[in-house]
Design a protein around this ligand. Structure first.
Ligand code: COA
Length: 163
């Protein structure tokens, strides 16, 4: 396995988490949306605005020089704010991203496992996400116990039961 470590995300990680929102929005790599455009999008902005809110929880993967290379976090969103993967009040939605050179080396799976363990420990019974059709991330999510509960607009909403 590649040489990285996982730690809880803190107050100072907001800018890197925003970078990972941009990576998630540009996963296909064909038409890259600039950072300001992604972060002013009402949906993507909701995943990071005001980080950290009291119920937010996340993890960062660092390389051996303590530089962040990936992050996953969850956030509780209300029904009336724009979101891709809203399922129900009280079900957090997660976002995940890994910097391009660190992909396919186990970072994403390690972050996802840390985050779902933390969500369970925090008392949540489910955690949700949204993934666009064609993104290989869906096979990662399936292998970590997520199942599709809705499909619309070229995206799947997936949920994992915890515990
Ligand atoms: C999706 C993402 C977070 C996964 O992180 P990662 O560190 O690359 O994933 P891992 O190395 O832990 O791989 C886990 C699984 O993902 C899948 N996977 C990863 N890279 C893959 C690739 N290039 N092609 C196909 N499947 C791949 C495999 O199922 C893999 O399982 P395996 O370990 O049994 O081979 C990362 O690739 C990424 O940031 N992508 C761009 C942003 C994005 O799509 N975010 C999610 C939006 S919903």
């Amino acid at each position: 396995m590649a040489d990285f470590t996982i730690r809880p995300a803190g107050v100072g990680d907001g800018s890197f988490l925003a970078d990972m929102v941009v990576e998630a929005a540009n996963w296909h790599g064909t038409s890259t949306r600039p950072r300001p455009a992604v972060l002013s999008d009402p949906v993507y902005r909701n995943y990071i605005a005001g980080w950290p809110r009291p119920a937010d929880r996340g993890f960062v993967a660092d390389d051996p020089q303590q530089r962040p290379v990936g992050a996953a976090w969850y956030r509780l969103l209300a029904a009336d704010v724009p979101a891709h993967g809203f399922v129900a009040a009280g079900v957090p939605e997660l976002i995940i991203g890994v910097t391009p050179v660190w992909r396919a080396q186990g970072v994403g799976r390690a972050l996802l496992q840390a985050l779902t363990d933390a969500a369970h420990a925090a008392g949540f019974s489910r955690i949700a996400l949204s993934v666009e059709h064609g993104n290989h991330a869906e096979s990662l999510y399936r292998s970590e116990g997520f199942a599709v509960v809705a499909s619309r607009g070229g995206r799947d909403t997936m949920v994992r039961r915890l515990g």
